[in-house]
Every structure is written in C-alpha cells, then in structure tokens.
Write a protein that binds this ligand. Structure first.
Ligand SMILES: Nc1ncnc2c1ncn2[C@@H]1O[C@H](COP(=O)(O)OP(=O)(O)OP(=O)(O)O)[C@@H](O)[C@H]1O
Ligand SMILES: [Mg+2]
Length: 150
C-alpha cells in the first residue's frame, strides 16, 4: 500500500527508551487528529511490542537495538513496525496464546500479544531463532481526518 508519510528511529533496547518509543509513534499519529482513545490504544500496543524486545529479545545480552518504523497509509491507517535482532521466537503460535509467558517467574501475564491484537486492527509477527523478531501492527484512525498531502 502506498506510503504517504514515514518516520524511522533506532534506539538501544533499554527500558528508559520504552516511553520514548510509544510517545514517538503517537506524536506521528497525531497528524490524523485521532481521538484520545485511539491514541491510548496505539500507545499501549506499541508499548507491549517494545517492552517484549527489551525484556525478552536481548535477555542477558547488552548493546541490542530496536528499530521502529511508523507510516501513514491511505484511509487514515497507521502502520508500525517494531524490529529487534534478538533471540527470536521458536514457536510464534504458542507465544501468541493468551496467558502464555516464557517468564512467569517475573510476574509476566503473557498478555502482551493479546493486547496488541485487540488494540489494533491487524497484527503480524515474524521471527527467526537467533536472528530476531519483527512485529507489524496496523490501526485505522476512524475519527481521524483524511490525510492532506499539501
Ligand atoms: N521480541 C521478542 N523476542 C523474543 N521473544 C519474544 C519477543 N516477544 C515475545 N516473545 C516471547 O513471547 C512470549 C509472549 O509474549 P507476551 O508479550 O504475550 O507475554 P509476556 O511478555 O511474557 O508477558 P506480558 O507481556 O503480559 O508482560 C514471551 O514470554 C516471550 O517468550
Ligand atoms: Mg510482553
């Protein structure tokens, strides 16, 4: 689908950068004049994906990075891609099951993917063990104004 606008950002996988990432995506989405609720949903979904890259992807490894691409697509759709080069996920289907967590001892609920799925319109997860994980989410800002290219 044609990209109308785009922002890219890469940052170290540190927990201090999680709020930056979600705020950056929402600042970009603000050009559509979305509702507070739509923005809150997008912020929460991005937060879950970025947190996963921080806490799971680079477990025990320092110096990892996270790349975020956010695009405006036609029909007021926001596209967000969150990619890490961490450990990857061996069984994506299982990882996406509600309440599944590989880290229950850390009081993780196993609901990150469930939140991403319910707070966006489309969630795609691809991953390779030892290579990394990419999460792509699309959300239509229904109350947004149509993008004006001029
Ligand atoms: N970027 C990633 N890299 C490696 N593994 C991941 C990544 N994202 C998710 N996972 C794996 O998928 C599992 C499920 O993720 P999910 O976000 O649903 O739950 P959680 O992170 O364990 O718990 P919660 O998000 O509720 O704190 C994780 O426990 C982890 O094993
Ligand atoms: Mg999670």
């Amino acid at each position: 689908m044609k990209t109308l606008n785009e922002m890219k950002c890469t940052f170290p996988a540190r927990s201090e950068n999680e709020s930056f990432a979600r705020t950056m995506v929402c600042a970009f989405a603000a050009q559509l004049d979305p509702t507070v609720e739509e923005l809150a949903d997008l912020r929460t979904a991005v937060s879950e994906a970025v947190t996963n890259s921080i806490v799971h992807a680079y477990r025990g490894i320092s110096g990892g990075s996270i790349a975020v691409t956010v695009r405006l697509l036609p029909d007021s759709v926001i596209y967000v891609r969150i990619a890490d080069k961490g450990c990857g996920i061996a069984d994506i289907e299982k990882a996406m099951e509600p309440l599944y967590s590989s880290a229950p001892a850390e009081e993780r609920a196993g609901l990150g993917f469930t939140v991403m799925e319910s707070f966006t319109d489309k969630l795609q997860v691809s991953s390779k063990v030892g290579i990394g994980t990419t999460v792509i989410m699309r959300k239509k800002m229904r109350h947004g104004r149509e993008y004006d290219c001029h």
